[in-house]
Design a protein around this ligand. Structure first.
Ligand SMILES: [Ca+2]
Ligand SMILES: [Ca+2]
Ligand SMILES: [Ca+2]
Length: 405
């Protein structure tokens, strides 16, 4: 296998060489002076918070752009410094992951990886990561060091209280917006603005439903985390008495505290079709198009990114979807996300008959609206076409459900 790969590589290299030398007569090998290697800070993963004296491995991943070949055997030398202290870290580009400090995903891709145990740092402080490309003992390039890798003792955050929501609460369908105040203490936060517990997660769980999560950011390190929960919280959640809502505060070091509120009832009621617009009769003396639009409501949000799963019309025994996507040419909907769901239909010249149709809205909790039923009469009269729906169908991409089979 390796031999075959070698031969293929050799053939490919020879053809490239021949091609280049036929284009111009210069030496095709990259001269030593044209070789480059640069450090790509944005493509690298460098932890900025390390918990002092904790028995935990932090992984670093340093990315480079380079035209050096593997056989040039250049490598990366990295070490941390703080004052007179130095701590080295071994980095690899060999694709090996083991249960020690090696954690490289792919060999020879110029991404050098390795881990360091937080207990390797002899003191707290802001450490600097120094990075060099080397060839054995020889320095090829030294990069701008990465500053501010904070190695500090840490205390886990503590969720002291949650107000605005209690165990055994009922969140009725369409509940009034609630202010939630979460008091989180973390002694590592300070008045100088150091903010050590930035994220608060809310996990809504019930064994019958898919998980639903929210995330909030703490703006001020010394004040409470305040946010609002509105009735769209229940979008996609079926009515049930046994929800638990868990708040999880996590600090920069990855330590967290959680507070669970159990036995919360969440209700989700079906959508309603508020009104529907459509022509009652259509003169098919000429071919044309018309639109059907339904205004939908739902206590958990009437939009498709809220609780509306789909709005369907059945006409001439076929089912189609009304959309709120603002794509007039293909769905006939004029404005995206206004709760007005639309469909455009085309019809042929001379089409005739009475077509009953029904519209049903479905929410993401599996609730179904009451059905709207009506009918459209198509007939060809030899008079000038004056009905409102008629238009030049060639502009639109609508289906014709009235064709004779
Ligand atoms: Ca902390
Ligand atoms: Ca609903
Ligand atoms: Ca719309």
């Amino acid at each position: 296998m390796n031999k075959l790969k070698y031969i293929i590589t050799l053939i490919a290299s020879v053809s490239v060489l021949l091609f280049i030398s036929s284009c111009d007569q210069e030496d095709p090998l990259t001269p030593e002076t044209d070789k480059y290697v640069t450090f790509d800070r944005d493509g690298s993963v460098i932890p900025s918070r390390i918990q002092f004296s904790k028995d935990m491995i932090y992984f670093f991943r340093l990315s480079f752009d380079s035209n050096y070949l593997p056989e040039d055997s250049i490598s990366v030398l990295a070490y941390f410094t703080s004052g007179t202290d130095t701590v080295s870290i071994d980095l690899y580009d060999d694709g090996i992951i083991d249960d020690s400090l090696r954690n490289d995903l792919a060999a020879s891709n110029n991404i050098w990886s390795g881990g360091i145990n937080a207990q390797s740092y002899p003191a707290e402080g802001d450490w600097r990561l120094n990075i060099e490309s080397v060839n054995g003992e020889n320095l090829i390039k030294e990069y701008e060091p990465v500053e501010g890798i904070r190695v500090r003792s840490n205390t886990a955050p503590d969720i002291v209280s949650v107000t605005g929501l209690n165990e055994n609460d009922t969140l009725i369908s369409g509940f009034k917006t609630r202010n939630i105040v979460v008091k989180v203490e973390d002694p590592d936060n300070d008045a100088a603005g150091y903010n050590d517990n930035q994220t608060l997660r809310l996990e809504i769980r019930n064994r019958d439903n898919i998980p639903k999560d929210y995330e909030f950011t703490r703006q001020n390190p010394l004040s409470d985390i305040v946010f609002q929960l509105d009735s769209t919280l229940a979008a996609g959640l079926k009515t049930n008495n046994r929800y638990n809502l868990t708040f999880i505060a996590t600090d920069y070091y990855g330590e967290s505290d959680s507070l669970k509120l159990d036995f919360i009832r969440i209700e989700n009621l079906p959508p309603t079709i508020v009104s529907t617009e459509h022509p009652d009769t259509i003169n098919t003396a000429e071919q044309g198009v018309f639109w059907i639009r339904s205004l939908i409501n739902d206590p958990q949000g009437r939009l498709s990114y809220q609780d509306i799963e789909r709005v369907m019309i059945t006409i001439n025994m076929l089912e189609y979807e009304l959309l709120d996507d603002g794509d007039f040419i293909t769905s006939g909907d004029e404005t995206e996300n206004d709760g007005l769901y639309s469909i455009g239909f085309s019809y042929n010249q001379g089409a005739s008959g009475t077509f009953s149709f029904s519209i049903t809205a479905y929410d993401k909790a599996g609730n179904i609206s009451e059905i709207y039923q009506s009918a459209i009469v198509l007939s060809a009269k030899n008079s000038k076409n004056i009905n409102t729906g008629n238009d030049n169908e060639t502009y639109y991409n609508y289906i014709d459900p009235f064709k004779l089979k």
